[in-house]
Design a protein around this ligand. Sequence first.
Ligand SMILES: Cc1cc2nc3c(=O)[nH]c(=O)nc-3n(C[C@H](O)[C@H](O)[C@H](O)COP(=O)(O)OP(=O)(O)OC[C@H]3O[C@@H](n4cnc5c(N)ncnc54)[C@H](O)[C@@H]3O)c2cc1C
Length: 464
Amino acid sequence: MGIPLGTRDHPLRVAVVGAGPAGFFIVESLLKAPDLAVSIDVFNRMPTPYGLVREGVAPDHPSIKKVTAKYDRIASEPNVRYFGNVTFGRDVDRQDLRRHYHQIVYAVGAQADRRLGISGEDLPGSHPATEFVAWYNGHPDFAHRSFDLSHERVVVVGNGNVAVDVARILITDPDALAATDIADHALEALQSSRVREVVVLGRRGPAQGKFTSVELKELGRLDGVAVRVDPSDLALDAASASAADADRVAKRNLEILRELAGEDRADCERRLWLRFLASPVEIVGSNGRVAAVRVERNRLVQTESGYIRSIGTGEVETVDAGLVLRSVGYRGVPLPDVPFDADRHVIPNRAGRVTDGPGGPAIAGEFVSGWIKRGPSGIIGTNKPDAAETVAGMLEELGRGETLNPQSPEPEAVIELLESRSVRYVSFDDWRKLDEHETKEGRPRGRPRVKVVDVERMLEIMGR
Ligand SMILES: Cc1cc2nc3c(=O)[nH]c(=O)nc-3n(C[C@H](O)[C@H](O)[C@H](O)COP(=O)(O)OP(=O)(O)OC[C@H]3O[C@@H](n4cnc5c(N)ncnc54)[C@H](O)[C@@H]3O)c2cc1C
């Protein structure tokens, strides 16, 4: 019998794919595992770490981003290496990782958007909110996009925190955003924006809204913005009233919405409408681009399982708008050669163990965490218990000796592989150079950082 795995002389080698919250919480949880000697490599597609904390969380919510200080500490541990600018499926593949690691964790998040499935969805001027978010947050893949802000009204479809973020960024006085880390190109575009009204459409009622109370409450405090809610939208059917009674967040949201509906801020130049029981049924074009949205009034019905769903009443109105942002959810995409559940858009798994198809047998040595494990829901903190569950499964398999059996587990072998393929990978120290550059640029302008939004420029600053 050889030296047991997970000991100082024979550390467990783990590859984590994705340096978002899920990836970092996996590393943290492994580092805390008692009596485990582990050596972890984290691969990330972008040179910059943190996933949606950098590329999703709204620029006017800086306190949320403080979690990165914890991730920095995790990445500084001597047995953790960061390989940024390495894409799984392009630079390394599943067979490579199986050759070099005892365990693999996929933590790649949900990289695409869901569709509405209505006519006009692909007209110029209709975009997934995912792209708008990535644009204002300086994601290099979206930095060159443009959004037509020359019309007075924008329609945002969706009723979750992302819809609220997007609406808030569009309607906030750009001077208030100038002190944030919003991408420069977005700040400039918003400074010359003619948008003065944002209409947020929720398919179901106010009791079913998916936003958190803090996000909703914040809307009422935006300077120079009148938030409008039609009081008749707040009259609840019996099923919604009893569901809301049993749900603390829904109850609080209704209180906030009632306060907002009662406010009279007629003097404000900027308006934000929160509409409920309203579904887009068609995006109407004129001269080849978005001109309006046809919106159907819904009513709610309760299914036998208790779910409250909306159905159209046939009553349709037309809302003029120059831009439509569809915020109906993020969607996981398959990784090459890795099992995928095409119905749920996740990597099929049982409590974090990758399975060979939905409901299939577990594949030893391969795990999953975060949005690609459970779907795009939950806040940053939700990924921590999610990662703990996955790590519990990893340790259990390790205890049973069911890991992969890599041919070359030595840490240097991975570097050799990347170099043999001329992959321009970056380390966490390289990222620190970029971080320092960005924060230094921000300082004289009273901003937390000025984001670099071009990968080549990032690599140049990192000296790569
Ligand atoms: C717009 C928006 C705003 C949000 N705001 C908040 C908020 O204010 N507060 C809050 O608590 N939560 C917020 N969330 C939720 C939070 O961001 C998520 O819960 C969390 O980021 C999910 O973590 P994850 O690691 O699964 O995915 P991600 O954060 O998406 O991380 C996945 C990582 O994997 C990398 N990756 C993807 N594909 C590959 C590949 N092929 N090879 C290598 N690497 C790859 C990505 O580049 C990324 O770094 C927000 C989410 C969104 C979308």
